[in-house]
Ligand binder design. Sequence first.
Ligand code: G4P
Length: 464
Amino acid sequence: MSLDSRGAVAQAARRRTFAVISHPDAGKSTLTEALALHAHAITRAGAVHGKTGRRRVASDWMEMEKVRGISVTAAALQFAHRGCVLNLLDAPGHADFSEDTYRVLAAVDCAVMLIDAAKGLEEQTRKLFDVCRHCGIPVITFVNKWDRPGREALQLDAIEREFRLSPTPVTWPVGDAGDLRGLIDVRTPEQMLRYTPALGGAQEAVEEAISADRAAAEEGPMWDQAVEELELLRAADAMHDQEAFLAGRTTPVFFGAAISNIGVRLLLDAVVDHAPSPGPRELVGGGTRPVDAPFAGLVFKVQANMAPSHRDRIAFIRVCSGAFERGMTVMRAATGTPFATKYAHSLFGQDRSTVDVAYPGDVVGLVNAHALRVGDTLYAGQAAVFPPMPSFAPEHFAVAGPVDVSRSKQFRRSIAQLDEEGVVQVLVSELRGEQAPVLAAVGRHQADTLHKRNHRRHPDSDRP
Ligand code: G4P
């Protein structure tokens, strides 16, 4: 084994690459910030809603879109926790399903399913969970907003019923939703964790472990009820089992309130302790690419020209094997042609910092990567082709045509670009020809994105 391969194996073992999936408003942005805060990647939380005492921080993808003009799907956050490197990819949680989200899930090894305690499982959560199952991604569940009146903790059976996924709580709330007294970590049931949130949730909540006796004396029936419920769960064998989790049969469950940073540290620890590190990846034609093979990566997102001020075209690549080094020349599997990776960037929120080396699980953004397409494999050394990303049946269609026929060349170029970026599926029929392609979108949001893009380019036109 070469030094490089050994390096890739050791680095891959330290990586956890995951996404948070949720219905809009469940608290994904808030949780993202809280995770970054607990990993000390940021020093204050509060970007999302500009609350008093909170500042805008790097993790807010929506803000990033506004500030830099780059789409909400652009960012991957990287931070360190307990000796591991965590890559948190943004799975856009639009009300409407879009192919972007699917592609992100093809690039992660684990998902955190965020549920609003009051609303339970919602439409978008269901769809995203289906994609996780399809991709074989294990799912950790975080029941959020436990500081507000919600459902009973024992109502977790909805997950079992709807997803055929057995919930195995790792933390358990003391007190009902809206009256949270603390959490029990089921691995240390002889104590209760009590939280004192910082004002506005800008800092980590102070966490104090108090003994069972003290908890019983101070919380009375609330403590007794939590202990009783935990016994029921134990009797039902609803305890975390790593093998069953990785096989997609169970989901470890955590309770908390992202807004006040309650339960967030335990979730972050769970990502380190339970989420799988990058492993061998299946190849077209059988076999797998081990992480210690030379570099191979998957293009899961291409982003172009979102900012009127600069004509960027960034291809986001998930490193699957080996070490990616800036400047290396790799092969593009689709065409068998070399591709020079002179401009490699990693993206952390609004800042772009140049990447020199990246390992399995990491995300690299290649700027001005005009040749690359979503689903492409890049590799060095022995050839590799990762399976194409399955596409979804489109539900929204529109026929496009140039408003000004003298600009039909530009029109064709724009359509080709949308196709390459995967903004929509471009279908060309023999009957209509290239001048009148059918643009097909999986979700309404995708169609809206297309509409906005069109307006940005041709403000004088209301047609693509
Ligand atoms: P999203 O990215 O999933 O769409 O959710 P986001 O984080 O934007 O949060 C949606 C709303 O839920 C926000 O309130 C946010 O403050 C709130 N929220 C997030 N986590 C928690 C939590 O643990 N407890 C409670 N009580 N609320 C939470 P908003 O009304 O939309 O905005 P704002 O008035 O708070 O600024």
